[in-house]
Design a protein around this ligand. Structure first.
Ligand code: HEC
Length: 256
């Protein structure tokens, strides 16, 4: 006569079987892997359900835990018991250790670093037409550079660095890294209005094509006044010696 499969093994097989079925249906048949967080949630309910069915009566509960009881109480199983008791914490330790290992590969995140600016944006509760703003740019900001420097030192250098090279004390811990304004790829390629927009609305203000995105750049419109933002922009260009990009190729460069 064939021996009945122990209840504990039945329970484990049921759970493993359902897990396998999920993977088979989603990964193999549908070709769309099920998100691991969702799978974890499903499996939680599966385990809970199996547990309820297998402990429905006292008798079935006793049957379910019989092998575990035997392992712990039966003097003849001492050798196995010792092995299990030694291996369990080691396995747990190994899983924890493996889970803590940093992953070397960078996550795949395609993003546009300098997304096209919207033609108008809402900042400081007002709607700004960026194209117009650019032309109305006052030329006598120079004397305000010093005030801009103050704004920078008080607010920005922590991330963007005291030399504007993106190496502030916080920079190490940030991904994406703060921009180095010394780099010709940043503010030299941009218009003041773009900077104004980026500073005022920060990481959260980025459009969808700059996402998936976890920029730590703060929303400065909540901390700085409009004036202060213009001043700090002026300082950025003055300190780095870069000039803002002009809207038109024929624009008069001597004005900038
Ligand atoms: C908490 C760190 C942090 C602080 C403080 C911070 N930034 Fe940033 N900033 C970033 C990060 C990270 C990026 C790059 C990601 C992005 O573009 O959002 C960035 C990007 C920018 C950009 C966009 C540059 C480009 O090439 O698109 C500008 C402009 C900027 N910061 C200006 C400022 C100014 C001005 C201040 C101070 C008022 C400031 N930041 C303070 C983290 C910070």
């Amino acid at each position: 006569m064939a021996r009945r499969i122990p209840r504990l093994a039945q329970a484990v097989l049921t759970i493993v079987g359902i897990y396998g079925a999920f993977r088979l249906v989603f990964d193999v048949l549908l070709g769309q892997p099920i998100p691991s967080s969702l799978l974890t949630m499903y499996m939680f309910f599966v385990v809970a359900g199996v547990y309820m069915v297998f402990t429905f009566t006292e008798e079935s509960t006793r049957e379910l835990v019989a092998p575990i009881r035997a392992l712990v109480e039966d003097p003849r199983r001492k050798p196995i018991r010792n092995v299990v008791f030694a291996l369990t914490p080691l396995l747990a330790a190994w899983f924890t250790y493996a889970g803590l290992q940093p992953r070397i590969e960078a996550p795949v995140e395609l993003r546009s670093i300098h997304p096209a600016p919207p033609s108008s944006v809402k900042m400081f509760g007002k709607r700004f037409d960026l194209l117009k703003l650019e032309k109305e740019e006052p030329k006598k900001f120079r004397q305000l550079v010093a005030e801009g420097a103050k704004v920078y030192v008080e607010n920005c250098h922590f991330c963007h660095g005291d030399k504007l090279d993106g190496r502030g004390p916080y920079a190490e811990g940030l991904n994406p890294v703060p921009m180095s304004f010394q780099d010709v790829g940043t503010i030299a390629q941009l218009q003041e209005s773009f900077l104004f927009w980026r500073i005022a609305t920060g990481g959260p203000g980025l459009p969808a094509d700059a996402a998936p995105w976890i920029s730590s750049m703060p929303v400065w419109e909540t901390f700085l006044s409009e004036e202060e933002i213009w001043k700090v922009i002026l300082f950025l260009y003055d300190y780095t010696g870069h000039r803002p990009r002009l809207w038109s190729e024929n624009a008069d460069h001597s004005k900038h």
